[in-house]
Design a protein around this ligand. Sequence first.
Ligand code: HEM
Length: 457
Amino acid sequence: QRTPQHLRPPGPRPLPLFGNAFHIPKSRGWLAFIKWEKVYQSSLLFASAFGQSILVINSLEHATEFLENRAQTTSGRPMLPLIKMIGWEEQTPVMQYGERWRKHRKVLHQHLRKEVLDRYDSVMMQKSHELLCKLANTPVQFMDHCRVYSAAVIMDILYGYDLASNDDHWFLRAKRVIDTSSLVLAPGAFAVNNFPFLRHIPRWFPGAGFHDFASQLRDFTMEMRDLPYDFAKGSFLKGIGRASLVGTWLQEEAIGREDEMFYRDLAVGAFGAGFDTTSSSLTALIHALVLHPKVQQKAQEQITQVIGSRRLPNLQDRRHLPFLEAIYREVLRWRPPLPLGFPHQTTKDDIYNRYHIPEGTVVLANIWAMTRDESIYTDPEEFRPERYLCSDGSLNDDDRVLAYGFGRRICPGKFLASESFWLAMAQMIATFEFSKPKDQNGDDVELEVHYTDEVLR
Ligand code: HEM
């Protein structure tokens, strides 16, 4: 039986021309889409805006079926006009699906797969110790310290660059690009993303401020791409400095000009993707520990019991500390850094679940909704690591971390992220007690916590 071309999954009724542009929320879409699910009684939802079709997936079952079992045609990325104007189009996370992207993934897999990660143990150890020192000296700046840790691990691995200080000039430059990037990706922040023809209007035209924004960000992006790469290349050619992936690539291949652009883009894409994601989770961890002193105490007891208190935990201890593993899983469930994942795009017309999904549909996997599925996670808003443990304290088999996304686009840095998060977490818990601030009378001051509402929280 053929499906009528117009049969779409349920969703709000579109208006002529605008579609659902006024229904699609500009921020916190993950919460709005959970409400849509209740209204339209479906975990598969459809909307459109200015002719762009959007499919929202709220359940793991549909995410697996659509984004993994049909990955052949659901692994594209939407190409926003601003991304091109800024010069990001060759970076892995936003790159079009195809041969070049496959080559990126092959290289990333080669160097970031689970089996080779122990190469980076000493980098993570050094950076984690620096994090502990900073937290001890200036605890108020804990968010900055987590950001520097996250960036320092990836910068050292990629470029052999030893980022130690929060005022490091390359860190600050990269931060400027990353902080602005959420604006580029935010739905509706720039009209040119909805109306690509606008990119042709001249700079002097009223409302064409995006030209200046794009050209400035392009300059910063090129700096972020080229300065650390040239540093790593210089160290390699002179035979000095720390080992780096850039050095390894230069050594393995006689790199021509075109290859060199390939590796520059590859490195900066991984740098951008790994810059802030782990720090988002570390910050959420601190939030959770402050709210749950008993969790903290239980984790400290397990560390003391298993490895004593004469040394800090290391990555070889990981498999002996199931409660810490449960905390890792729970932090990424409770506060996934990218609640709507990163948008995929279909590259072919498809009939799915009797619905017609047109080619070019943007697909949003609502990780927030999936990690709040009450049939799997009772009281999903509660932070409760025990949900990952069996009654004897061993781990259960719910080890799929949804925060890393789906299908062929799944995060290639997930093993590195997992190890660097785990190490910093274990060492922080072994060393400190995180608690609410006290007032003059020694009473707890209630926390006021704000998470940002962007693509990456
Ligand atoms: C807690 C930490 C992290 C989280 C939660 C996370 C999450 C994600 C998510 C949700 C995606 C999109 C997946 C999809 O499209 O379905 C992604 C893509 C990506 N991540 Fe991560 N990530 C983390 C850390 C890292 C690190 C440390 C790196 C460093 C190498 C990295 C590199 C990438 C790259 C290169 C992509 C693009 C993959 C592609 O488009 O093919 N990520 N990540």
